[in-house]
Design a protein around this ligand. Structure first.
Ligand code: G3H
Length: 182
C-alpha cells in the first residue's frame, strides 16, 4: 500500500509567540525542520516518481515544503488550519481572560464548538471530504504538510479513530523531530 505521510508545518512566528492562526512565515527552527523534512522525503521517496506534496494555502506549510525538490506541490484551501474567527491571532491566555464564556464552551465540547465567525472541528472534518476522496484515489505516495486540527482529523480517518477523540489526539511537535534522526 502506498504511504500517506502527515506532518505539521515547521514552527511559525505566531507559534513562537503562542498565538493561534494567522498567516506568518516560519522561524529559524521551522526552517531547520523544513530542511530535515526535505532530506527525509527525498530519501524515502527516491524511487517514487509519481509522489506529490500537498500543502495548505498558508505560508507556514508552503515554506515548510519549499526545500523538498523533485515532486509536484499542490495547495489545498481545505488543508488550511481551523479558522479561529474573532480569536485568530490571540493567545489561549487572552481568550481565557477576554472571552471566558467562549473559552469555557470550547473546553466543554471542543468537537462541536465553533469560534465566532470561524469554524468548529466538525466544520473542518466536513471540508476535508474532497481531500480524503482524492487521497483514497492516489496510487502514489502523498506527503501532506498541514496544521494540527486538520491533521488530527485526517489521522483519525485513516487510523479509524472515533469522532469524539479527534480534537484531543496528540500531535508530536515537529521540533521534537529536529533532534531525533528522521
Ligand atoms: O491554531 C490552532 C491549533 O493548531 C489547534 O489546536 O484545536 O488544540 O486549539 P487546538
Amino acid at each position: 500500500p502506498r504511504p500517506i505521510l502527515l506532518t505539521r508545518h515547521g514552527e511559525s512566528l505566531y507559534n513562537v509567540r503562542g498565538r493561534i492562526g494567522g498567516d506568518t512565515a516560519i522561524s529559524e527552527t521551522g526552517e531547520l525542520y523544513a530542511k530535515k523534512l526535505a532530506n527525509f522525503v527525498e530519501k524515502r521517496l527516491k524511487n517514487e516518481k509519481a509522489a506529490s506534496i500537498w500543502t495548505s494555502t498558508l505560508q507556514r506549510t508552503i515554506l515548510t515544503a519549499s526545500p523538498i525538490a523533485g515532486f509536484p506541490k499542490i495547495q489545498w484551501r481545505a488543508l488550511d488550519e481551523i479558522n479561529a474567527g474573532v480569536c485568530d491571532g490571540m493567545t489561549y491566555e487572552e481568550i481565557k481572560k477576554n472571552m471566558p464564556e467562549e473559552y469555557e464552551s470550547r473546553k466543554k465540547d471542543k468537537l462541536r464548538y465553533r469560534y465566532p465567525r470561524g469554524e468548529s472541528y466538525l466544520d473542518v472534518i466536513q471540508r476535508l471530504e474532497p481531500v480524503i476522496i482524492e487521497l483514497e484515489r492516489q496510487r502514489a505516495p502523498v506527503v501532506v504538510v498541514s496544521h494540527q486540527a486538520v491533521l488530527r482529523a485526517l489521522y483519525a480517518y485513516f487510523a479509524d479513530r472515533p469522532l469524539s477523540e479527534i480534537p484531543h489526539i496528540e500531535m508530536l511537535k515537529e521540533t521534537k523531530f529536529i533532534k531525533a534522526p528522521l
